[in-house]
Every structure is written in C-alpha cells, then in structure tokens.
Design a protein around this ligand. Structure first.
Ligand SMILES: [Ca+2]
Ligand SMILES: [Ca+2]
Length: 417
C-alpha cells in the first residue's frame, strides 16, 4: 500500500497519475499539500435541482480547462496535508459544497478510493452520504455534490455517475445515455433518440452551450502511438444536437492514416463570435499532431482552421484550454507540445482562417505522462488575483506547478508552487 498525499490545487482538478517515475518505480508522493480557498465552481445549468455542483476531472462539461473569475492561490495559502491509504492515485476530483466547503474524490488502482470534505479553512468536515461508485478503470466518475438537506446537520449527499460515451447507463448533467444492444438511447428533456455510437469506454462526451454533444468515435488502430492508454485512436468526430427537433448524428471522418488523438474534444469560442467551435487534435504518422478547429451548424461539422503539425510522426500535443491569455485579453489556445519529450508550452490564435503560433516556451512542462489516460493535469485561470490568466502546468518530472503567463510576444514563468 502506497501512502499518497495529494497535492490539491485550486477549486477543481489537479489530477494525479499513477505514473512511474524515471526508475520505473511507482512514486511515493509526500509533498506538503497546498490547500487553497477556491473561487466559485462554475455550475452548469444542466444539473438537476438537487445538485449544488458538479466535479469532472476534465474541468467542466465543455472540456475546456479554463475557469473564469479570479482567485489567489499564491499568497497566504497555508499548506494543509492529509494522508490517505490508497494504491497509486490516478485521479483527484473536487467540487464545491453548499457551505463553501469542497468535496474531494481520489481514485487509485484496484478499487482503492477516498472521499473527503474540507471546510474553507482547510479542516476536515463530515463527508455526508455517498452514492454510486467512484471507481472506474478508464474514466473517473462525475462527482455530484448535493444541496443542503432540511436537516441542518447533514452536509448533503455526494453522488458519483459514470460518464462514458460507450452507451452504458450514465448521466451527463441532465443528458441520459442508455444502452439497448448495439444502440444507445440519448434522452434530454423527455425526448429520447436512438443512435449507433461506435465508441469505446475511455471516450468522454462534452457539451457546448447550445446543448450539442461531441465525442470522438470509430476506433482505429491505424496510428499505433499508444500515448493515451492504448493504441486505439479515433477516425471520427461525432456531433449530436440535443436542443434541436432534428437530433441527427453528424460526423467528420478523417481520411488516410489520420486519427483524432485524445479522449475528448474541447468546445470554446475561439474566434470571439459568441458561437463555440470544436478544438481537436489530429495526428498522422508523417507529421505528428496538430490542432484542427471545427465549426458545427445544421449542415454538420466543417474544418475552419488548423495549426502547423509538430513535424515528426508519433509526437503528440496536449490541448489544454481556450482562454483570454493574450496580453490584451486576446483569445488563445494553450497547448503543451510533446509533454513527454521536452514539453513546449505554445499559444495559438485563430487569424485569417488558420491557427497562428503567437508565443511559446520550451520549459520541459510535463502536462501528461506517456501512456496515461489522465489528460487533466493542467488548468487555466487567474490564480493570483491580478486579472491576467495563467496557464498552470506541471514542471519537468512533475516536481512542482508552474504558472505561465503571456507577456508581449513571449511566455514567462511567473511563479511556482
Ligand atoms: Ca466562435
Ligand atoms: Ca493572474
């Protein structure tokens, strides 16, 4: 049994992998824990009335790991350490409770897990009733924190829901998936529609503000990179409009040896027109990964912009967040290119129909551990209260967390925890 003390960051999701260290030995993490009073967790409006907040390891239902608002995790935060018996922590999920407390869920290997609740001052408080299973081999469950009950001594319930896109029973914030043989019924606002979704259990579905669902689909082995847990990647991007009368599944299918190399797309307004686009990572054996941005409307999915590729096959880029990173609040896409071999933070802007690289920094940022399904170890937001957005990424070998900020036409490391 390995003792793991988690490094908790901000309001949500610093997720911890089960990765081995350089010697191939599972690490014992005994860092002093940084405990931070969070800003309000964004509350999606798709939750039920009994749910106070929702925690997802990938940040929020859009897949965009950007948290608007402002907090200061840098100054005055007293570290608080908690120690749990857990087999190599894979994931940490957090979400806010109705009294300003935070509910934390840790998921490790082979069924080990832990749930606890901390007050705003960092003290442990009663966890409340726990329903559902938080354990999953591939994708951690969604954490739902309930409203206060009428009994003032009850902190409210904690519930876990599967969020797979493979048609097993699950609930994604008011959207219910149920499997019927090869078909999946997706129900939203009382209307059910049947689909043949060719997905696997590690695919995650994201939702945009217009209640369109997006997920990768059509597994393929034609790009055997294996950076994200297995050598199965995706040939298709699915889009399903739930707010429409016509809930027809639309697809973009990649050709040749190309694959979508990630576990979920990201939806965000990349060009400032108040309509969300879909940001994806597409890879091929000749040139490696690149960003591809799609538009979605009643005519389906269409490519509107791409970045240059990494340039070498089997070199990945980790798309993290779309946020007003620019010095004047310009919207940019933050990625870490080759997080396993050199980790370059890069920022792209959509200009004249293509994604232009506007700034980068080669700092060895290890936002992902090769072979892990945890794509959630980086986050964007104003974490020092100065109004500017930082990108928080793990340092080389994940020894610390580094805040990166766009300054002028460069990227600077502004602080470290
Ligand atoms: Ca847009
Ligand atoms: Ca800031």
């Amino acid at each position: 049994m390995i003792k793991v003390v988690l490094a908790i960051m901000v309001l949500v999701v610093l997720t911890v992998t089960s990765a081995c260290n350089q010697d191939g030995v599972a690490p014992t993490i005994e860092s002093s824990t940084v405990f931070i009073r969070p800003t309000m967790t964004p509350i999606p409006d798709l939750k039920s009335s009994s749910t106070f907040s929702v925690g997802l390891t990938y940040g929020n239902v859009s897949g965009n790991k950007y948290f608007p608002g402002s907090a200061n995790i840098r100054d005055g935060a007293e570290p608080t350490a908690y120690q749990f018996e857990i087999n190599s922590a894979r994931w940490v999920i957090g979400s806010m409770g109705p009294r300003g407390e935070i509910v934390w869920s840790m998921v490790g290997d082979h069924g080990s897990n832990g749930v606890f609740r901390t007050a705003a001052d960092g003290e442990l408080v009663p966890t409340g009733a726990i329903y559902g299973s938080q354990l999953d081999e591939l994708v951690p469950s969604m954490l739902l924190v309930g409203e206060l009950t009428t009994d003032g001594n009850d902190p409210g319930a904690v519930r876990f829901e599967d969020i797979h896109a493979d048609g097993r029973n699950h609930l994604l914030l008011g959207v219910r998936f149920e499997e019927f043989g090869d078909q999946t019924a997706i129900t939203y606002r009382g209307l059910s529609t049947l689909y043949s979704l060719d997905v696997l259990p590690d695919a995650v579905t994201v939702i945009d503000g217009a209640v369109n669902l997006y997920s990768y689909a059509e597994p393929t082995h034609r790009y055997p990179h294996g950076a994200l847990g297995d050598k199965t990647e995706w040939a298709a991007l699915n889009a399903i409009p739930l707010s429409s009368e016509n809930r027809k599944l639309r697809q973009h299918i990649l050709q040749g040896d190309e694959v979508f190399e990630a576990l979920f797309p990201l939806v965000a307004d990349v060009n400032g027109d108040e309509v969300q686009e879909i940001v994806t990572t597409v890879s091929d054996p000749a040139s490696g990964a690149r960003l591809v941005v799609f538009d979605y409307d009643e005519n389906g999915l269409s490519v509107i912009a791409e970045s240059d590729p990494v340039g070498t096959g089997f070199r990945w880029l980790h798309q993290i967040a779309v946020a007003p990173f620019g010095p004047n609040g310009e919207i940019e896409i933050a990625v870490v290119e080759t997080p396993h071999v050199g980790g370059i933070a890069k920022f792209y802007r959509l200009v004249d129909g293509r994604l232009e690289l506007v700034a980068s920094k080669a700092g060895g940022y290890m936002s992902h551990v090769n072979g892990s399904r945890n794509l959630d170890q980086a986050v964007a937001g104003d974490f020092d209260g100065d109004g500017a957005v930082e990108l928080i990424v793990p340092s080389r070998y994940q020894k610390s967390l580094i805040a990166l900020r766009r300054i002028g036409d460069s990227v600077e490391e502004v602080w470290e925890l």
